[in-house]
Design a protein around this ligand. Structure first.
Ligand code: NAP
Ligand code: GCO
Length: 267
């Protein structure tokens, strides 16, 4: 038995990354494209789609973009058919699209709570469900669910998000349990605190120019002593999308600069 770096290549594969017009999804799609995969991505509106197509082209990545809300089961099924006609069967799905609402739980409406769960937990089920039959037929497939620190930890104001991301960790394990025998690997990536539009409000400068208290808190709580970048997620995503991880299943790979290992700075 010998090992070749080709195990990490995605040449000839088709990867669909949800919500990948910018942020973490864009970086993951860029990495998978650089590793050789043909890229399909979706987002909700024309404006982001057009900008993203230019951004992918500027990175030298051939990507097809589609408008599709991942909570709409019929639209997702249609999208999968279209991607397969345009690029070929989907080998890799990355469930990245997600939102957060930071509202104290006792003030949060059930409607807001449901919207977060719908996008962050129900949509990954909808998207996975749409690609699994084809993966079973072809005898292989990779599903990567973008989890969170909140798959393990709680904090003030993010009850819906934590419930959804905790659920997503268990959906990951369940897809592994249910479809592992078909050579389908379903794993999660649990990013730490990553500088993207989603976390921008937590990094905003204060009126006096000082750093946001949450920004300072996160840097102190992270052994790496910094926020993560979207680039930090590229290598882990390629690994989990490639044959190099064919016996890794039902796992959440935390890419958090060490947050989950750390009790916190002593006073
Ligand atoms: P972001 O900058 O806010 O990007 C979120 C993406 O999701 C956008 O492209 C958005 O597209 C898309 N999206 C949202 N709802 C959608 C829907 N219903 N249908 C289709 N696309 C939808 O967030 P991010 O920081 O890159 O986060 C990406 C993922 O990583 C999320 O699941 C998030 O929870 C997770 N995560 C983030 C961090 C972090 O620190 N940033 C840490 C851990 C996990 P539109 O513009 O079309 O709405
Ligand atoms: C928050 C953050 C997070 C991160 C991320 C951490 O308000 O605490 O937005 O939850 O985005 O998911 O891993």
């Amino acid at each position: 038995m010998s090992f070749s770096m080709n195990a990490f290549s995605l040449q000839g594969k088709v990867a669909w990354v949800t919500g990948a017009a910018y942020g973490i999804g864009f970086a993951i799609a860029e990495a998978l494209g650089t590793a050789g995969a043909k890229i399909a991505f979706n987002c909700r509106g024309e404006k982001h789609l057009d900008a993203a197509l230019k951004d992918y082209a500027a990175k030298g990545i051939e990507a097809r973009g589609y408008i599709c809300d991942v909570t709409d089961e019929a639209a997702v099924a249609e999208l999968v058919g279209q991607v397969e006609r345009d690029l070929g069967p989907i080998d890799i799905l990355v469930n990245n699209a997600g939102i957060i609402k930071r509202i104290p739980m006792h003030e949060m409406s059930a409607e807001d709570y449901r919207q977060v769960v719908d996008i962050d937990l129900v949509a990954p089920f909808i998207c996975a469900k749409a690609v699994i039959p084809g993966m079973i037929e072809r005898g292989h497939g990779k599903i990567i669910n973008i989890c969170s620190m909140m798959s393990e930890l709680g904090r003030e104001t993010v009850s819906a998000y934590a419930a959804a991301k905790g659920g997503l960790k268990m959906l990951t394990r369940n897809i592994c349990s249910e479809y592992g025998e078909h050579n389908i690997q379903c794993n999660g990536i649990g990013p730490g605190y990553i500088a993207t539009p989603q976390t921008a409000p937590l990094r905003e400068r204060q009126p006096d120019g000082s750093r946001h208290p949450f920004d300072q808190f996160i840097v102190a709580k992270t052994p790496a002593a910094r926020w993560g970048t979207t680039e930090d997620l590229m290598g882990p995503a390629v690994f989990l999308a490639s044959d190099a991880s064919n016996f890794v299943n039902g796992h959440v790979l935390y890419v958090d600069g060490g947050i989950l290992a750390y009790i916190g700075k002593q006073p």
